[in-house]
Design a protein around this ligand. Sequence first.
Ligand code: PLP
Length: 442
Amino acid sequence: MDTIASSPTISTGTSARWLSRRSDGRLYAEAVPLSRIARAVGTPFYCYSAGALRQNYAALKAAIAASDVSICFAVKASSNVNVLAELARLGCGMDIVSGGEMARALAAGTPPERIIFSGVGKTRSEIRAALEAGLHQLNVESAAELEVVASVARETGIRAPIALRVNPDVDARTHAKITTAKKDSKFGIAIEEIPAIYAAASARAELKMVGLAVHIGSQILDLSPFRDAWAALADLVRRLRAAGLGVDRLDLGGGLGIGDDRHAGPDLAEYASIIAETVGDLGCALNVEPGRWLAGRGGALVSEVLYLKEGDGAPIAVIDAAMNDLMRPALYGAQHPVLTAEAPRPAGKDAACRLVGPVCESSDDFGKYEGLGTILAGDFVVFDNAGAYGAAMSSTYNSRDLVPEVLVDDGQFRIIRRRTNISDALKLEEPESWLAGDDPVR
Ligand SMILES: *Cc1c(COP(=O)(O)O)cnc(C)c1O
């Protein structure tokens, strides 16, 4: 991994930073020193800013207000029910990809009519639960899935509100592992197959065809792929309407990227004008599904340095957070800006320090960072921009606990998920009685 410079003065878009170094040298989460939280809850832990979530939602909402675009938060980015509740209180809807996420969105107080169910592999029971809950819309990703939705709709007697997810064959020009709309992608229905499927589905009484959806990828910084995808969507709407079919809603997907100390964030005004220019005059109800943009910059992972050892070219700090806690560096080669919780010490002979976790995998390596000064055991290091796809992607690999999540609001903080412990894990592994292999399946 490349060396990156860590800077305490990161500017990442429109909102004021919730994480800031004050004149006492310490890093504050809103008005609370991060080291204070670290001592109270132990490390590693995730820390989120309620203020940042509110600010980000307000900034996006204001930017796209002219086109009257509603916002559904992609729950998979940060699924703690308390985080969802902060957003739901603001009127934010939710984009879900599983029955579990539906339960979280509802528990957070999201009205069902503000929930959209996306995802390429919904099960029959998830579809049934979605229809019974009265969700706003199911985004269907294949003809086969449409058949199952129709069958569940007949069974339950509930007419299913359907948007077809279109694969527009557009390269989002982002990391290959978060590109979702090229021809070979598993997501969506090829754009040329949509008219026939949409027409046939529109004739079925158990389905209510409400519109189309796209989602082309994630962490998109160059906005032109959005223009290509939404222009293709607009053409498709015109074709469907010319064939006498109703298209009332367009779901424009998520994917809006966030900047860091090396890359500028996308320009919200440009994002808004691309929406207006491509789909603004169709008279459709519009919505977007950002995950990372709303939550990414509003969270950090805090870890303690356990050991220092000699490394090749840079000292290695073994920290108590690992790839199971923050998977993005191992999965995508992502680099998060890293800061120290206390004022950085002057650097010694080595400008850079390499941070690695305790997990027994070579990929449990967060990369080399400059600007951290001399690091000692017991220091707290802070991975910034970890509010999306951080805790939500974590696992217990190596039988490690899931780490706590903490929410800060101005001068207060509270634990919003407790650390798991191994006795809970072992309870799930208490064996049940043997079943004979030739027993008839009930
Ligand atoms: C993951 C996902 C999103 C959110 O993506 P971000 O890059 O976090 O904005 C939105 N819609 C769908 C269908 C997704 O799968």
